[in-house]
Design a protein around this ligand. Sequence first.
Ligand SMILES: [Zn+2]
Length: 243
Amino acid sequence: MMGKAHLAISTGVTLSILGLNNLSISLPVVAVAAVSALLPDIDEPNSLLVSKTIPKDLIRLLKALMIGIGIFIYFAGSAFAPWNTVIAILAASIFFVPTRTFRNVIMVLAGAALILFGHSFIPWNYIIGCLLIICALVPHRGLTHTFYGVAGWTLLLFFSTHTYDQAIWIAGGVSYLLHLLADSITNHGIRPLPPFQFRLKLRLMSTGTSSGTLLENVCIGLTMVLVWFVFLRGVDLSHLIPS
Ligand SMILES: [Zn+2]
């Protein structure tokens, strides 16, 4: 399924479930639900979450910067020859590393920096740091689409936020699980419990086809109806109408 569909369906249904159970819905809860909706696809090259967090243009810019740094080291470090040439070639060679690999290196470094130094300026630095590292190291379309992924993410959220707000880890876990359930109705399906070959595949829709897109939009529409039913049905809108 497309990132947009996951974002709308997982987030909408999760918030509706919380609303029906009278759990408080704060901004962090909405944010965690939205991130968790997109998280399982983070190991895909064009994942909505990755491309929004670390845009391709930024990576191109950093790569070009490495060439510049290489040239600078070559000239500025001439007193240390031949080491200036060696380091310059190393720096410039990063330009030729594939974008995906380079992005993973950036994610690991940023994650490690957040875990080590982030606590003073970013709340939840452990969660974001761990996430960046896990996402960079998880094999392609691997562990994220399994029940282990659901359990791991839910536990990480539970231990880092349960003293603060119970709704956060519930929202994250439910939203992540809903992403997997949505994927399991596609022709790709998921393998929720490797090494077991068991595949969850209802084949209700084919991703990428026009009927698949139509069904995605129907699901998004149904989610909107659910959200409206849970949150707006009982709201008195009469004061909006001028008398
Ligand atoms: Zn997915």
